[in-house]
Design a protein around this ligand. Structure first.
Ligand code: SAM
Length: 489
């Protein structure tokens, strides 16, 4: 789910963080400032949690310092382990003394090691309250957001999974996710937010690996072959893509591997090999080879079919995506005549849905593969009023503004880092009547909305959506209206 030029997926920044941690020889710092020099001191302290950070950690006071403690809830008292080195302080939960009524036993057995989810110790109602309050607080300068759109079954939703392989001490093949801030793989049978089929396939691959000469890649020695497995599932089509991310283009035993995998999972519709031989935190490398099938999968949203490549962004929770996009299109108030810009358009999902209610749509996206998918998708759905351009959305908008072009509505859905001044200042010059801002990071969204509201726009609605249940992440879509236009209504 990031600050990317999008040449591939990052593994949640864990490896980069790990490198930092190794350098500091210290785990996560929960108080900023100071270098970890000198001897480490560890004490046990009794603390009371007064609130939550935006990433769901408990806030506590200790010796005049504010610390953050993962898995602690407001009102709880607890024993925490506080480690100090130099000015660097880290606090970890040891034991909850008085539990909150909102606390539940996390349904996932790997929850406390993994870190992929951060809210499983809260009941569902508390999770929703936490997300609502986070968005409410960030959006306070702009008005009161609507009630969050929740998910009926907040599990099994991820249509994309990513598993790392390695060997355990007994030299058995293990597959799972890295434990928080380490290179240690947590062997995982089932991730409760993954599509169950993806986990079954990963289980099979592990078995094939165990019985073959193929070795998992070792990050420390640089030896071995299989680094990661990416599985993408088309929830409606049932199509499944498996990507083997490998360290070398020479795939010994390829035919036997492919045969065994297809025999166990005839439902896999395409298999790819992606070569990543760099010491990088990016999961996918540049070289890609289709081993069988068409190299893409298809999924359906709002009755339109979308083709998705290995490297293209596609929303990971298709059930909630329809709610999110539905709200964005409603906020755009399209009448069939408008020129719409869909910035950061990915494979053209929002563009093509909007094109059915607009005069024309212009999509702009940085990732080449996604743009190719978007063009294919418009043809496949017989859509003639959408055009797609590859490039930086900011530069594209600057050029549009310089040419004096017009747009009635701008829909924008940037990565977590948000948009930039080049983009936002060009929006202000282009003066679209409405800006619909979709974001998976309400912090950067609020920052960018501040710019737009200082420069002629007024916020008319904010809708949070629970796109990532069990995690602290929350999506929101906001409607901004040109003030001159709002005055005329
Ligand atoms: C959150 S995704 C949204 C994609 C699409 N709107 C959707 O819902 O599937 C953000 C997209 O922005 C693209 N992107 C990142 N930086 C960009 C930039 N500077 N200019 C244009 N697109 C960019 C990414 O490749 C990604 O496809």
């Amino acid at each position: 789910m990031n600050k990317r030029k999008n040449k591939g997926y990052r593994d949640s920044g864990k490896k980069r963080q790990d490198k930092k941690d190794k350098k500091q020889n210290f785990s996560r710092g929960s108080q900023k400032g100071g270098k970890p020099i000198g001897k480490r001191k560890t004490v046990t302290a009794k603390v009371t949690c007064s609130g939550l950070t935006n990433d769901g950690k408990g806030i506590v006071q200790w010796e005049g310092k504010q610390l953050e403690v993962a898995n602690l809830l407001p009102g709880e008292t607890a024993e925490v382990t506080v480690s100090q080195r130099g000015g660097f302080v880290n606090a970890e939960l040891k034991q909850v003394v008085t539990p909150s009524k909102d606390r539940v036993t996390p349904p996932c057995e790997y929850y406390y090691q993994c870190g992929g989810c951060q809210l499983q110790h809260m009941n569902e109602e508390k999770q929703m309250r936490f997300k609502q309050e986070t968005v409410d607080a960030l959006m306070k300068p702009f008005g009161k957001p609507e009630a969050i759109m929740t998910m009926d079954h907040p599990y099994d939703y991820r249509n994309k999974s990513h598993t790392t392989f390695g060997l355990n001490q007994n030299r058995q093949v293990i597959g799972g996710l890295y434990a928080q801030h380490t290179h240690q793989i947590i062997p995982m049978e089932r991730c409760l937010i993954h599509d169950p089929k993806a986990d079954e396939i990963v289980h099979t691959i592990r078995g094939i690996l165990q019985n073959s000469k193929m070795q998992p890649y070792n990050e420390d020695t640089g030896q071995g072959f299989l680094r990661h497995v990416l599985v993408k599932v088309g929830k409606v089509s049932g199509e499944i893509m498996v990507v083997l991310v490998v360290a070398s283009p020479v795939f010994k035993g390829k035919n036997n591997f492919v045969k065994a995998l297809r025999k166990a999972h005839p439902e896999i519709t395409t298999l790819l090999m992606n070569v990543n031989n760099r010491d990088t935190s990016m999961v996918l490398g540049d070289q890609e080879k289709v081993l069988f099938g068409k190299g893409t999968i298809t999924d359906t949203l709002f009755g339109l079919k979308f083709e998705i490549s290995a490297k293209s962004f596609y929303q990971i929770n298709p059930v909630q995506t329809e709610k999110l996009y539905g709200k964005a299109i409603e906020m755009a108030e399209l009448t069939g005549k408008e020129t719409v810009i869909d910035a950061y358009c990915g494979i053209g999902t929002i563009s093509l849905i909007a094109s059915q209610k607009a005069g024309k749509v212009i999509g702009v996206e940085l990732n080449k593969d996604a743009v190719r998918d978007a063009i294919r998708n418009s043809k496949r759905n017989g859509i003639k009023n959408a055009r797609f351009y590859q490039g930086d959305a900011g530069e594209f908008m600057v050029q549009m503004a310089a040419r004096g072009e017009k747009a009635d509505v701008v829909i924008m859905d940037p990565p977590r880092s948000g948009s930039d001044e080049a983009f936002l200042s060009s929006v202000v010059k282009l003066k679209p009547k409405r800006v619909i801002y979709v974001s998976c990071n309400p912090e950067t969204q609020a920052r960018d909305m501040k710019y737009l509201t200082k420069n002629g726009y007024k916020v008319e609605g904010i809708q949070p959506v629970d796109m990532f249940p069990q995690t602290h992440h929350v999506e929101a879509v906001a409607k901004l209206v040109l003030k001159e236009e709002a005055g005329n209504r």
